[in-house]
Design a binder for this molecule. Sequence first.
Ligand SMILES: *[C@@H]1O[C@H](CO)[C@@H](O)[C@H](O)[C@H]1NC(C)=O
Ligand SMILES: *[C@@H]1O[C@H](CO)[C@@H](O)[C@H](O)[C@H]1NC(C)=O
Length: 491
Amino acid sequence: MKGGTIYRLRGNKLSFILVVLICTTIVLWAWEKTPLVTSLLPAQDQFVMPYSEYPVDSHMKPSQVINPTGHFEENFSDAIATGKTRNEPLVQDYSPKKRNEPLVQDYSHKKRNEPLVQDFSVTPISSATTNSTKNIENIRDLATSSAETKVCNYAKGSWVVDKRRPLYSGFGCKQWLSGMWACRLTRRIDFSYEGFRWQPENCEMPEFEGSAFLRRMQDKTLAFVGDSLGRQQFQSFMCMVTGGKESPEVQDVGWEYGLVKARGAIRPDGWAYRFPSTNTTILYYWSASLCDLEPLNVTDPGTYYAMHLDRPVAFLRRYLDRFNVLVLNTGHHWNRGKLRANRWVMYVNGMPNNDRKRAEIWNAKNFAVYSIIKWVNSQLPKHPQLKAFFRTISPRHFRNGDWNTGGNCDNTTPLTGGSIVSQDEPSDPVVADAAKGTGVKILDITPLSELRDEGHISRYSNKAMDGVNDCLHWCLPGIPDTWNEILAAQV
Ligand SMILES: *[C@@H]1O[C@H](CO)[C@@H](O)[C@H](O)[C@H]1NC(C)=O
Ligand SMILES: *[C@@H]1O[C@H](CO)[C@@H](O)[C@H](O)[C@H]1NC(C)=O
């Protein structure tokens, strides 16, 4: 409205308005400096870190207060080792043992064209932006959102260059960021992928601010449960919240969730950290399939496991009541090779699955996704504090082969496939259908991540074997930061 008026003015009128604007700015600035006016303004950021205030639990060993960087050491030989110690999470996808196994592709483009009868993960625009004076865009967005009761599809929008990206330095965040995902620490020389922000088409998307997020999450717990891509999202979140800065006050509270390294294990099944200033806990639990896994013979170290397609992983059942925000994901581990390597045997209804149709990997995965979403939804009345999200699959970008047949993702030019997602339909009809009518929201990051093939680790994995590219995991800072921005906008 105002912009239109200005365009219609010319010459003297325009300069007159400019003078008036400058004067107004000066007057406003002067007012803001006076005590009378400042007392009427919203309080400044009161966020401080009085970490000595928070009693450190006496059970906590000094080594548990902060995570040693070594915790995150992880390499391809781990993957080999994890093949032997089956209780261990298989975080890596690249075990030489598995090279010859047929890999079933997880991310089916075919599915995208299926007919959809869906009102997809529509989320009311959050009305609260306390720091509305920050920029004019926010004010405009607030005006828009109060005028319209429009719902937002965060999956639809475009990638834009933004000088305020990345949200933390890839040289920093050593406390949380695995070396293998910190592309700044590798021989890679192009980092243009760090400089983009996701702009949803019709949504207010407040700039992410760690301290503001922590205050919103006072006394609350954010939990990521899923595979290694979920772990990337978790590390990304830790880096975003701290701005990648060394944060010695953050406490390792893994033991509260049974997340301690077992004897002989390479790493625990997850990590939990608490920000004492706001009593906010952020945790990650490794569960590749989200299914409950039960050893079939506890005394046999080489036991097979019942993989209960219709029963959520025990960790979720045990700790769900402590979570305020839950982000689930699964996908890349649903292939024959991984099931066989892990000795997982499909179970339904407490019995070995005899339904041959369901035994097909895609059907089994879909059945498990349905089961977990239905179960979480059934728990919501008991846990009204809980906001649950199911994150859609993170796309792979192997070209000219797969991970074990020389596939690569060498492109370093951003957005060669375009920068816009304009589809209204959810990217994963199965997840959408499962979530339909439930209280579980979809975090649909697939299409926007699909456009970012240049953001993978690629051939720069610091411990990669020759000729093996990682076109599955992402460089951090990078694409998973955006998933978290979209998550934070809805929390
Ligand atoms: C921290 O938050 C939890 C709930 O998540 C609460 O039970 C506990 O009392 C809080 N601790 C402090 C010191 O406020
Ligand atoms: C379980 O494993 C142990 C050790 O391998 C073996 O001796 C035992 O017979 C197994 N039990 C069953 C029921 O298969």
